[in-house]
Design a protein around this ligand. Structure first.
Ligand code: AMP
Ligand code: ZN
Length: 474
């Protein structure tokens, strides 16, 4: 099967050719663990997960690494401003190490809720020696200079291909050799190793050949990816804001050491947008997985909403679109539950020819630059097809769940389990009272009873055969 991905480096959709047959080595820039991760971050993690699942279904062994940045990331990606981890520690009156652990735990719980296959997750602070080693190599090759009192910097004018990933005009980028560059030789130069302030002891600092300090954010990703995936690897991903600075810097500091191309495919994800632009922590957005769960949404409904868009297109987040996705998701779950029910009542045998045909059709679509929305159209077509029996459809849903990670069968089974639970007498009584109130057109009373039933953890559904009382999903 042909796999295609959009490569930011060539600005083209390219056929994927692995470095080692049937294996893919894949690095993703992960969260800076100083605060909760919002739904925008989750969109990026879901995109990584779909790419990974697509490779697995195509028979690849996937080595996926996503780091935790627990040191060195300043509030501006261009090495300016406060240290994000210290900002988190001050906000919560904790040590930076406690803050890191808190938010690693929180993102891991979110990833579990979203059914993400767990990547290998190195922490930057566990790879300090590797980072120092890379800076030493760059120094030996003549790519670095020191700004006294600040740190060791990378001289981007030494790297002819600087900015290629972002298609940036180098002479324009370099034209501003300004006096106010804080000692930098070129505006694009970046910090490899920062010196600790003389008047203050930092919680996170290490000895180095240049003095006590801490690594820059960009060197972390080069060090961890090379250590865990080798000097050359297949895919590097991240949010689109990383193209011009973070990933351009990663290339500049890696290729002089390992040769080029360091990475074969650069894949970037468009953002999830809030009302006023990119969803971001600095904007104070509190849209997180626990928040939507508290509001009664299943994290799978958010995942479904994300898969309705393409990874290279921005998606606007709104409650209206999340509601629509939740309804769409629930409809599919209902239909899958009916398939399970019918298979239980009247077992049939699956048709392997039809299975293969649909499996290929859906996998082809996702392998073609991750067209998840189109694959979901096929999921609807599959449900509608009269000439495919329940057993074959269910087997295809097992595959669809592996590929898209939407847990349709799990939720359908839960729905059936809940439907089989008998409601307690007091709930039944309230439900009957509500039927009577509705018959008398006493809507206020009917709504009041519905809310009471709801608060007790039950739903009353009106069907053509009368009411059904179903336990609500946890
Ligand atoms: P951070 O913790 O901010 O470093 O981000 C972790 C990952 O989420 C990075 O790959 C970012 O590019 C990505 N990201 C941040 N904001 C958004 C957003 N609004 N939409 C999609 N991805 C995002
Ligand atoms: Zn990175």
């Amino acid at each position: 099967m042909t796999i295609k991905l959009y490569n930011t480096m060539s600005r083209k959709i390219e056929e994927f050719k692995p470095l080692i047959p049937n294996q893919v080595s894949f690095y993703s820039c992960g969260p800076t663990v100083y605060w909760n991760q919002h739904l925008g971050n989750m969109r990026t993690f879901i995109s990584n997960d779909i790419i990974k699942r697509m490779f697995i279904e195509n028979g690849f062994k996937v080595n996926h690494v996503m780091n935790y940045t627990d040191v060195g990331h300043l509030t501006s990606d261009a090495d300016e401003g406060e240290d994000k981890m210290e900002k988190g520690a001050a906000r919560e009156n904790k040590s930076v190490w406690e803050v890191a652990q808190t938010y690693i735990d929180s993102v891991e719980s979110d990833m579990k809720d979203l059914n993400l296959i767990k990547p290998i997750t190195p922490r930057a602070t566990d790879y300090i020696d590797e980072q120092i080693d890379l800076v030493k190599k760059l120094e030996d090759l003549g790519y670095t200079y020191i700004i006294p009192g600040k740190g060791v910097y990378y001289d981007t004018s030494k790297f002819a291909d600087y900015g290629l990933l972002g298609g940036q005009n180098l002479s324009e980028l370099r034209s501003g050799i300004r006096i106010d560059n804080d000692g930098k030789k070129n505006p694009t130069d970046f910090m490899l190793w920062a010196f600790s302030p003389k008047d203050k002891k930092r919680e996170m600092e290490w000895d180095s050949p240049w003095g006590v300090g801490f690594p820059g954010w960009h060197i972390e990703c080069s060090a961890m990816s090379m250590k865990l995936l080798g000097n050359h690897f297949d895919i590097h991903t991240g949010g689109q804001e990383h193209i011009k600075v973070h990933h351009s810097d990663e290339i500049a500091q890696s290729e002089p050491i390992v040769g080029k191309p360091w990475v074969n495919y650069w894949v970037h994800f468009a953002w999830l947008m809030a009302k006023d632009g990119k969803m971001s922590k600095s904007a104070g957005d509190s849209l997180t997985v626990p928040y939507i769960k508290n509001k009664g949404y299943d994290p799978m409904e958010f995942r479904y909403l994300m898969l309705l868009g393409h990874y290279r297109q921005p998606v606007d987040f709104s409650w209206v679109s999340l509601d629509a996705a939740a309804n769409g998701y629930k409809n599919i779950v209902r239909k899958v539950a009916d398939l399970i029910d019918s298979q239980n009542q009247n077992p049939e045998k699956e048709n392997s020819k039809i299975y293969e045909e649909w499996n290929k059709k859906i996998l082809d679509i996702v392998s073609d630059n991750i067209k998840t929305a189109e694959s979901l159209v096929q999921v609807q077509e599959l449900l509608k097809a009269d000439d495919i029996n329940s057993a074959t459809k269910l087997k295809l849903f097992e595959f669809i769940d592996r590929l898209l990670g939407l847990q349709f069968i799990n939720r359908a089974q839960k729905l059936l389990d809940l439907e089989s639970v008998e409601a307690p007498e007091n709930i039944k009584k309230m439900a009957l009272e509500r039927v009577a109130a509705k018959a008398e057109k006493d809507w206020v009373r009917a709504d009041e009873l519905r809310d009471k039933i709801d608060a007790a953890g039950w739903n009353v559904i009106d069907t053509k055969d009368g009411i059904k009382i179903i336990k609500k999903m946890a």
